[in-house]
Every structure is written in structure tokens, then in C-alpha cells.
Ligand binder design. Sequence first.
Ligand SMILES: Cc1cc2nc3c(=O)[nH]c(=O)nc-3n(C[C@H](O)[C@H](O)[C@H](O)COP(=O)(O)O)c2cc1C
Length: 181
Amino acid sequence: METGKAILGRRAVRDYEDKPVPEEIIQKILKAGAMAPSAMGVHPYRFIVITDKVKIKELSGKVKDKIGILGFGARLAERAKIMEDVIFYGAPLLILIVAEKSDWAPTDCALAAQNMMLQAYDLGLGSCFIGFATMIKDDKETLRSLGMKDSQQLYCPLIFGYPKKWPAPKSQEAIVQKRLG
Ligand SMILES: Cc1cc2nc3c(=O)[nH]c(=O)nc-3n(C[C@H](O)[C@H](O)[C@H](O)COP(=O)(O)O)c2cc1C
């Protein structure tokens, strides 16, 4: 797929088939992340791959507990009425991009994240950045159980999988008018 086509066609996917992502596809997504540019070529990130549905569900529960304290926003509350998992949307693959804290780590991780989501789209997979999941960033016990070191920070939680339905492409004209003036 042409890069431009992937950039314009990718959408956040929030409804997934109950179908695992093959290991070779996961490896391609990870490779795309590792190929992203990073400040001073440090590539500070590590990728934690979670495919265990039970684990993903558990994490979802922990994030929901945290959100519960702060209160669901209106949009999330609406989704929660119709969706079983309003955090990870039943995705079969969750990748946590983590890194030691540094000035550039959030940027480096975000660039890796975008590469991974575009690569996934090129391979026929949907994806979504799940910022809500960073709410468990201080739950050291849970993060340790996923293989994270206490010194690492959780920056970019991403879900991937085969969409039940692709969201419609966005209107490029409307976006250009709204965001570029
Ligand atoms: C930093 C960041 C955090 C996000 N967090 C969430 C989230 O927690 N849950 C969710 O459903 N979508 C989340 N999204 C997805 C955005 O809502 C989505 O990208 C945006 O609405 C634009 O839609 P598009 O990706 O289809 O262009 C996040 C996106 C970014 C970049």
C-alpha cells in the first residue's frame, strides 16, 4: 500500500473480530515501531505484547476502576451502554509501548506508535491508541506482572485486530478546512 493511502485511510477501530493476530504479523508491527525515528537514535522503548484475552480483560477492569473514581465522560458512558469492553473493545492484541523516562521518550514512543498503526493498516488490521489505559501507570504491581520495570513509564497503549467493520474514511476536504484553515 502507498504510504499516502495508509495515512489517509487509517481510522480508529473500536470493534474487533474474535480472531487472533498471527505471530508474523505481530513481528511486522513491532519492526515498524522499532524503525521509527528517535531523538539521538536512542530508541528508548520496549514493546510489551499481550495476546491473552483474560489478561486484556483484567487490565480493562483495572482501567475502568480508575476511571470510575474520576467519572466516565459522556461519550464513554454512551459506549459503555452498548459495548462489553469499553476500554480495549475486544481487541485480541494489546501492545504497551514503555520507556525509561526522558525528555524525548513520549515523542519517541508516539512516533513508534504511529508507525505501528500505519503498518497494521497496511496489513489489513485495525488499531486504536488507548490513552485511557495509561491510567494504570502508577499501579506498579499490575505493570510488574506484565514485565514492566518500576523505572519504566507507560506511554502508548495500542490495540490491534481484525475489524468487524471498517469506519468510513474521513472527509479530507472538511479536515483540511477545519485544521489547516
Ligand atoms: C493520544 C491518544 C489517546 C487516545 N485515547 C483513546 C482512548 O482511550 N479510547 C479510544 O477509544 N480512543 C482513543 N484515541 C483514539 C482517538 O479518539 C481517535 O484517534 C480520534 O478520535 C480520531 O479518529 P481517527 O483515529 O479515526 O482518525 C486516542 C488517540 C490518541 C492519539
